[in-house]
Design a protein around this ligand. Structure first.
Ligand code: GLU
Length: 438
């Protein structure tokens, strides 16, 4: 095996929306192939004509393009019927398989299937993740491998393809362990060399239960793109479910993962899907983007009146994916920055703790006076801060001044600090809101 070129494959069936679990399978195959200067094959296993749909295949092709997991070769099983047919004929000829006429129960009709002649023996394979696994194949009986010569089923097609495509490593989910003994038997029948197997651990929810399609966490993978996650973050996140390089670092690019990935260190037990961690990783990858790109992306969600460079850091600090900008906007979190929307509020809330309303008025007057002295061109966050802090520091507590100013400007219980709001609103609007509060 050692001297052979490494060939891996990811073989999804286009029978439903593609989920992130599949991204991990694709990724591990990709990483392992790339770090060994080998080839990574993507194979659409679309032999089930009833359940396979073009839109699902288009979906994962688009997804992998977005994730930049480019396969070296792409195959579609529905285009390979002739190849499978040859193997089926040969297997029948050599007595490894036979055509079986069976009663179709409901209709009392007879139909034919092709069954594999089970040698009924113990078979052992060494799994890179799980170690030696032994099955008694007797339990499997003479299993069906095709409905007819031109309608092969999964176990046959997968074995023929892995053989024809010279796949050296089958890296796939643990749900396929039970399929492996059938596939080993077919390999032996057609004289195929056995690839190495690595079955990856399950992906679990935060409660350590297996993630099911009904979980709110389980959304089609492409929706993560539409929610404004970065492809780098999705890759980084999925790579770490079931494997990690050890040490403290957790933020990796695809090329770092190619370098660090270790097939021999995949864990046996289930990996946790933690969406808070995904958001955190996404933010870490966002921070690495050029400032110009961050700005353009955020602006693309903002109405013109909020497209102000000063707002970028305010917004960026509060989001972990691009679509959060939309949420902030909808929740009115940016309203305090709008010159056109004077805040409506409960004036009692201008008062800070036990300070008397008269004292609050005095403080607001001091603030107005101080800000009147800052010229319009110098009305920056920094200068507003310096002039307000001078007053605030002379009071018993800073909040006596900073709270009513912030509340007068924003009209909200929670908002960014008053200095940045003042700069974005500009001198006139700031003074007018303070006057109104007075
Ligand atoms: N087509 C199979 C599936 O989608 C995967 C086959 C394999 O990886 O061996 O579950």
């Amino acid at each position: 095996m050692q001297d052979k070129k490494v060939v891996t494959r990811f073989a999804p069936s286009p029978t439903g929306h593609f989920h992130l679990g599949g991204v991990r399978s694709a990724l591990y195959n990709y990483l392992f192939a790339k770090q060994n200067k080998g080839a990574y094959i993507l194979r659409s296993e679309d032999t089930d004509k009833e359940r396979s749909k073009k839109e699902y295949e288009d979906g994962f092709l688009e997804l992998f393009k977005w994730l930049e997991l480019k396969p070296d070769q792409f195959f579609r099983q529905s285009e390979r019927t002739e190849i499978y047919k040859k193997y089926l004929e040969k297997m029948i000829e050599n007595d490894f398989a036979y055509i079986s006429k069976e009663e179709v129960r409901e209709e009392g009709q007879r139909s034919e299937v092709i069954r594999f002649k089970n040698p009924n023996k113990k078979i052992t394979f060494n799994d890179i993740v799980l170690g030696d696994i032994t099955f008694d194949t007797t339990d499997l009986k003479d299993f069906v491998i095709a409905r007819s010569l031109t309608e092969p089923l999964y176990h046959l097609t997968v074995v023929v393809d892995d053989y024809e495509m010279k796949v050296t490593h089958v890296i796939r989910g643990q749900e396929h362990i039970a399929n492996t003994p059938r596939q080993l038997l077919i390999q032996e029948a057609i004289g195929a060399e056995r690839p190495l197997y690595a079955h990856m651990p399950l992906i679990l929810g935060k409660d350590r239960a297996k993630l099911s399609k009904r979980d709110p966490e389980v959304i089609p993978a492409l929706e993560y793109r539409d929610l404004g996650y970065l492809s780098e973050a999705i890759i980084n996140f999925m790579a770490l479910i079931g494997w990690n390089p050890g040490g403290e670092a957790e933020v990796f690019t695809l090329s770092e993962l190619i370098e660090k990935f270790d097939l021999n260190k995949i864990q046996k037990s289930g990996g946790i899907f933690n969406s808070e961690k995904l958001d955190w990783l996404n933010k870490e990858h966002m921070k690495k983007l050029p400032a110009e790109e961050i700005k353009n992306k955020i602006f693309s969600f903002l109405p013109l009146e909020f497209q102000n460079d000063k707002l970028i850091p305010v917004i960026f600090e509060r989001i972990s994916k691009w679509s959060d900008v939309k949420i902030m906007l909808k929740a009115g979190e940016l309203d305090c920055f709008s010159k056109f929307k004077q805040p409506e509020y409960d004036k009692a809330k201008l008062v800070y703790k036990n300070v008397t309303p008269d004292k609050i008025s005095d403080n607001l007057k001091l603030a107005i006076k101080a800000l009147e002295d800052v010229s319009e061109e110098n009305f920056t966050t920094e200068n507003v801060k310096i002039s307000l802090m001078q007053i605030a520091d002379s009071l018993q507590s800073r909040g006596e001044l900073l709270h009513p100013v912030r509340y007068a400007l924003s009209g909200k219980d929670k908002s960014p600090d008053p200095f940045i709001i003042a700069e974005i609103l500009g001198k006139n609007e700031t003074l007018s809101r303070l006057q109104k509060a007075l």
